[in-house]
Design a protein around this ligand. Sequence first.
Ligand code: NAP
Length: 464
Amino acid sequence: MAVVGSESNPLRVAIIGSGPAGFYTVSNFMKMKDLHVEMDMYDRLPTPYGLVRAGVAPDHQKDKSVIRAYEKSAAYAGFRFFGNVEYGSDIHLDDLKKHYHQVIFTTGSPFDRNLGIAGEDLNGSHSATEFVAWYNGHPDFADRKFDLSQENVVVVGMGNVAMDVARILCKTHEELAVTDMADHALKVLKQSKVKNVYILGRRGPAQAAFTPPEIKEMGEFAEADVNILAAEAKLDGASQTMLDESQDRNTLKNVTFVQDYAVRVNQHKPRQLHIRFLVSPVELIGEAGDVQAVKMIKNELYTDDRGSLKARATATEETIPAGLVFRSVGYRGKPLPDVPFNESWGTISNDQGRVVDANGSAVSGMYTAGWIKRGPSGVIGTNKTCAQETVGLMAEDLAQDGHFQPVDTDPAAIEALVRSRQPDLVSYSDWKKVDAAELAAGEASNRPRVKVSNVDEMLELIRG
Ligand code: NAP
């Protein structure tokens, strides 16, 4: 048998998950001109692109331009998309071992983290993850209900997801109607009665996880003012010293925006965004099962053993009324059947992308990239270098026989197996039919696209 990766015996790779890390796996393999690779990419949804489709904010269309590069990867001769096929139910690790040399898991971090405070289960308390997936038309979340008749909304956390959620709540219907936000969400947001949006950060402006373009946008709403308390915008001594020493450009920019907003004159617009620092929710207060208010405690910063500035509760309490609360304190990976998982990190157990067992030994043939490898951090492009690292190891391991021993490498064989389990398998050309329909509907209404957010509807479009 010719060596694996040669023209007569191509390396066969299964990619589980079609988000950025999955597509950067393809493009990184494509760069290895001496290696002959065939790649099948699986996704449980009929649509590709993961968070680029279902996570990136609809008013941030530029961030979705990476799709053009993914389309080029999808055009690679050895690439196939197997959409609407779920790893662990339609296809299992044992099946993959019979048909591929290697498998790479790029399934992202679909779960959200909890706050772990009383009242978190009240009606009106949601994860930002759900809200984001809902307004982006993710089929699993299309029927979620969010009570936007509430006047006061709290968003807990100060990362870019919290910024996205607050921004969507502060924008007008006119600002949102030109985006590819799901129609069901546009309709509900058009009726929104929201007046006050509070973003709660547990640390100070110099520790905020948002990035400068996102905090800049908070000062540019047509119909919402941004409010920051002067006392909270001012850096404490330790933060100021750290910033003076590091001169970190993003932090300097963030702090400048925050301090500018703190002295801004309020224009009395219909909506008010309040960005609060050094506060932690300690309880969601409810009545008759519905959230009514957020009890929070004022924090101070202290330097921990490792020299990081951490939040510590003071005795000062404050309660703000809120009928809707979104926690946006980070994502978490979902364990996959037959794949070692690190519960405390919420990632697949791995060493630089090689899946490892409980003893830390590499599991032959199994790899990972993206958020499920390193945790939910970084921008879309971060997944490029992340996938590059893993793909490099996959190629390196080939030389050491680091792969499964498939019994049937005929691409038609695995496709037949998958179709026998999931007759509604969605190929890349099938997806392009949905894509074309969405784009045409978008063109007709002067929007980037009008999303289909129902799987049956997608399948009907595919069947023609
Ligand atoms: P993130 O950037 O990790 O931010 C999480 C936030 O939650 C932090 O402010 C963190 O505060 C806070 N937090 C954590 N536990 C908390 C608790 N128990 N109580 C109160 N606050 C708590 O996560 P993310 O916003 O989910 O974003 C995930 C990744 O996607 C990030 O890398 C982000 O930049 C990226 N993203 C990028 C864009 C964009 O480029 N436009 C858009 C969306 C997401 P501490 O810092 O104190 O821990």
